[in-house]
Design a protein around this ligand. Structure first.
Ligand code: MN
Length: 252
């Protein structure tokens, strides 16, 4: 709430609004406070009602997603993904998850991710928000092979790779959406400090990410603005202007 009290524009490029119990109220709150949100979905099946709920939103956009941790439960939904893809400009959450709990489905995840990239590349003009937990190198490999940079924009959400992976992603033109959790460790801050300012975006990843022991909400992006500011020697207002400028470039 601090953010809106100070009237600093908030941009949340990765939030699961539909997973909050007070989802509808949260959408209204974002509208009223002019918080710009990309509300990502985790299954293609969730697209139609999310799309309809936000059809008249000024500030909330919806992404058509197929979350890597869910792909193995419902691989057939790739057909639904393809069908809805024609109406979606924003795509996500998509990607690959290489953490031990999801390694059993790794090959399937990669196959589905690359199919998603092919569909998006063919249509062009889409903006993707991509998950790469413990799978940054394979995600970048897939992007290189299946998503030519001229076919759309890629935002790496909650980037947790190393410096050489960051260099590769930069070369591919990727943007990076930074959340408060990424700035908690020294390693995280060191990586974030290497993101070029013209590729920097912000996110909450609520409700999965928690702040102060509760699910993060879009307004909590203010914490990321404040911490980013401390890191790069700017005020939260200045960081907010940078992010807003990057968002405008991304969607124009
Ligand atoms: Mn997420």
């Amino acid at each position: 709430m601090e953010a809106t009290r100070n009237n600093i524009p908030i941009v949340d490029l990765h939030c699961h609004l539909d997973l909050f119990p007070d989802h509808v109220e949260l959408v209204h709150e974002c509208e009223q406070k002019a918080i710009r949100v990309l509300s990502v979905t985790t299954t293609p099946r969730a697209w139609p009602w999310n799309r309809d709920l936000n059809a008249n939103s000024r500030y909330v956009r919806v992404g058509l997603g197929f979350h890597p941790e869910i792909v193995a439960e419902r691989p057939d939904e790739i057909k639904l993904f393809e069908r809805y893809s024609y109406e979606a400009r924003y795509i996500g959450e998509i990607g690959i998850d290489g953490r031990p709990a999801n390694r059993h489905s790794y090959e399937l995840q990669r196959k589905v991710f690359e199919r998603v990239l092919d569909i998006c590349a063919e249509q062009g003009g889409k903006i993707l928000t991509v998950h790469s937990a413990s799978a940054v190198t394979p995600v970048i490999d897939s992007l290189e092979k299946h998503f030519p940079t001229s076919r759309g924009h890629v935002i790496l959400h909650w980037f947790s790779g190393n410096l050489s992976e960051l260099q590769r992603a930069k070369k591919l033109g990727c943007y990076f959406s930074v959340n408060p959790a990424m700035l908690r460790s020294k390693r995280g801050r060191d990586i974030v400090a290497s993101i070029p300012q013209e590729r920097m975006l912000t996110e909450s990843d609520g409700p999965f990410l928690t702040v102060e022991g509760r699910p993060a909400r879009p307004s909590d992006v203010f914490i990321a603005l404040r911490e980013l500011g401390t890191l790069i020697g700017k005020s939260p207002e200045e960081v907010s202007s940078i992010v807003l400028r990057n968002l405008r470039k991304l969607v124009s």
